[in-house]
Design a protein around this ligand. Sequence first.
Ligand code: PTJ
Length: 246
Amino acid sequence: MSHVPESHPRYQSLRLRDAIVAGVDAGVTSPHGLIAHGRGEAYDYLLGEQTATWAMTAIDAAAASLLLAQHPVLSVNGNAAALVGEELVALSRTAQAPLEVNIFHTSSDRERRIAQFLCEHGASEVLLPDGTTELPGLDSNRRYVHPAGILDADVIFVPLEDGDRCEALRRLGRQVITVDLNPLSRTARTASITIVDNVARALPLLVARVQQLIDDTNIDRQALVDAYKHEPLLSQAEARIRSGAD
Ligand code: PTJ
């Protein structure tokens, strides 16, 4: 961690930068992840760097969907691991959804490092692509999956991606939950549920909401999913960006 005092007005943003840089140094995050992170920062700035109501509605629906699923899987790439590795492990445990490493920029060494990093943060098992099992309809490295993970899942959580796998999964009839600060991205548009928020803010809220739904069986999970309206919520986020409101 660089020497940024907590009193610094940009402390949270600088802390996340440090986490991404540490991820690259540890061989967990791709160098391309730095560029992706910078793009996310710009959208976050325009969104006011806080979790908005549209994101809370999506978090509710995502939490309910994970619990309603028969076989939910959490997909982890290099950016997500570096920013919210611990929270992904907590979500996996709470929602009883396995973690699977699935990355865009090909590197089996990085796949292993991400798995090891998640284990260091408390994961007991992390699925890795076996090198032969492929997700149909996808040409990128993300087509390589574990036979008992994403391939077989009905609900897949895919924070931060570039859209190709999300489209392929939707074509296969799967439910896809994503977190993306850009409401205009292919992933944001194609997913079943999109949380337009910083993954670093959204994940702790999602873990807490899943736990709350487990604890309070009176909450109607399907009603939370039904309350989520994809296009109108994305439009709200887009309008916020375009308005430049403070
Ligand atoms: O580890 P790999 O090889 O799988 O690579 C991961 C990255 C993220 C580099 C790869 O998936 C990629 O290149 O993604 P893109 O196309 O840059 O898309 C990432 C999306 O995530 C963009 O729409 C960004 O705005 C968004 N984003 C970036 N940082 C955050 C974010 N969304 C939420 N929270 C963030 N912190």
